[in-house]
Design a protein around this ligand. Structure first.
Ligand code: HEC
Length: 158
């Protein structure tokens, strides 16, 4: 009897899991078709050692957090704060140049340094706009800064 109950329970669990997978799979397929079907990822793979990928992605999450903080500072009209955060975390420094150059050297992809520098230079522009008290220009530069983040994301992947 116990064995019978156990078998029935396992069968029920297995059955539910299968149904859940089928429903999820169907929904996923529908969503993908709405977006034009599955495509291959044509971006260039950055051939970095796994620990460097982990480090790079962690840095990237920090970048996104920084963008959030800059946006809040601009929304509160705190231009001093917006300038300080942008300059200290996203400005173009010798250290940043070293890091971007190292990725380019390891991967043999000169575009990484190019896109990296372009993004950091936009951050310098944002800092300067905030420093001069021009909030509109700072917000415009923030939009362009984010476009520069994405330009690299469209070009490269892990
Ligand atoms: C020079 C290239 C480059 C620039 C500039 C760049 N990124 Fe990235 N970013 C990458 C790469 C490469 C990945 C890894 C993509 C992958 O996982 O395939 C990535 C991944 C990310 C991720 C995902 C992290 C994760 O945990 O998977 C976030 C978030 C991100 N970037 C935010 C930003 C923001 C915000 C900026 C601009 C302030 C920015 N990035 C600028 C190259 C760049």
């Amino acid at each position: 009897m116990k064995k019978y109950v156990l078998a029935l329970t396992l069968l029920a669990i297995f059955g539910i899991t299968t149904i859940a997978f089928t429903v999820d799979h169907g929904r996923m397929h529908e969503m993908m078709m709405r977006q034009g079907g599955s495509k291959i990822d044509e971006r260039t793979e950055l051939k970095l050692p796994a620990p460097m990928k982990v480090m790079q992605k962690s840095q990237m999450r920090q970048h996104l957090a920084t963008i959030g903080e800059i946006t809040s500072a601009l929304a509160q009209n705190d231009l001093k704060k917006a300038e300080a955060i942008t300059r200290s975390r996203l400005g173009w420094t010798e250290e940043e140049e070293k890091q971007c150059s190292m990725v380019t050297d390891i991967t043999g992809e000169p575009d990484f340094l190019k896109y990296g520098k372009a993004m950091h230079m936009k951050a310098e522009e944002l800092s300067n706009a905030a420093k001069s008290g021009n909030r509109d220009r700072a917000i415009y530069a923030l939009g362009e800064l984010i476009n520069n983040c994405n330009a690299c994301h469209y070009r490269f992947r892990h």
